[in-house]
Design a protein. Structure first.
Length: 306
């Protein structure tokens, strides 16, 4: 995999970076990544139903993942490839349940305290919340493994046939963990999470005002974009952009065509998805120094202009 940008040049979600961090853990501790996590995180926090391997999870009651037969439609089929390759465990190999996720959230809300024991210093826990950089269109800010800034800590998870979301509002001692066993589960996670945050702690997503662009300005972004997991064909659609995506699953090997979506401009290079299951999500374009388009950034990930 080539390096897309120089260190600290721009932000994008990067699983390879987490995998590299996992290898650093192995070198520093002299343990496998999974052993280090179990001894230093899972066991001190009392996470008894949190695992990395399918043979550990299968002795408990587990859900079966499902993927859509046709993108955008309701019919599903079993997601038969359950585990991720072990090499990507640091980026997203954890198998857990709602109770353990909420226990993890409680650890953060109580400054590193678990059952009366101080597992981490309060200042160490709070350092994880501090914003490290702006997180482009995926969240307002990015901390150490958390996103969404000071008011709310949040992170999601996605694998073949499963979607997860955890929100923590430490000041209100509120947390919600949402697990779905569908490849389109993010739509439910987003709706339930937004309802719960508004209903229980009064947090609502900021409305993004549209910023009209001329057809000439919009045509600057039209073209084909490609990354390892997706392709995007962008065309001008009235005063907006229309995006036709193609999904390339690294887990199932399937090439699928999700429904196209329309994006309205909310800035010179930033757009918001108008409708569908991803409505409200932001997408932006990154430019070269000469003003030509370098990347489209969708769901936090970069795709090259082809």
């Amino acid at each position: 995999m080539r390096q897309l940008a120089a260190p600290d040049e721009l932000w994008f979600y990067n699983n390879a970076g987490f995998n590299l961090a996992g290898r650093v853990v192995e070198q520093v501790t002299g343990q496998t990544f999974e052993q280090a996590m179990r001894e230093r995180v899972f066991e001190p926090l009392g996470l008894e139903r949190t695992f990395f391997f399918a043979h550990e999870a299968i002795v408990h009651s587990v859900a079966v993942g499902h993927t859509q037969v046709t993108p955008g439609e309701d019919e599903h089929e079993l997601a038969t490839k359950y585990p991720l390759p072990r090499s990507v465990n640091p980026a997203g190999g954890i198998i857990s349940n709602v109770a353990d996720l909420l226990r993890f959230a409680d650890f953060h809300m109580h400054d590193g305290m678990v059952d009366g024991r101080q597992v981490l210093k309060p200042e160490t826990v709070r350092a994880m919340w501090q914003a490290q950089t702006k997180a482009a269109n995926w969240a307002d800010e990015w901390g150490i493994r958390w996103f969404d800034g000071v008011q709310m800590l949040s992170h999601g998870g996605s694998t073949n046939g499963f979607q997860a979301q955890l929100h923590v509002v430490a000041e209100k001692e509120f947390a919600i963990a949402i697990l779905t066993n569908s490849g389109r589960g993010a739509a439910l996670n987003t709706a339930v999470g937004a309802w719960a945050l508004e209903s229980y702690v009064g947090l609502t997503a900021a409305e993004r005002e549209q910023s009209p662009l001329s057809e000439e300005q919009l045509s600057h972004f039209a073209g084909e974009y490609r990354q390892q997991q997706a392709e995007f064909s962008v065309t001008v659609d009235g005063g907006a952009l229309r995006v036709k995506p193609v999904s390339l699953s690294p887990l199932s090997g399937k090439r699928t065509e999700p429904p196209a979506f329309v994006m309205d401009p909310i800035g010179d290079t930033e757009f918001v998805i108008r409708d569908g299951e991803a409505a409200g999500r932001r997408v932006d374009f990154l430019l070269h120094d000469d003003g030509s388009v370098r990347f489209i950034r969708v769901h936090g990930r970069l795709a090259d202009r082809v």
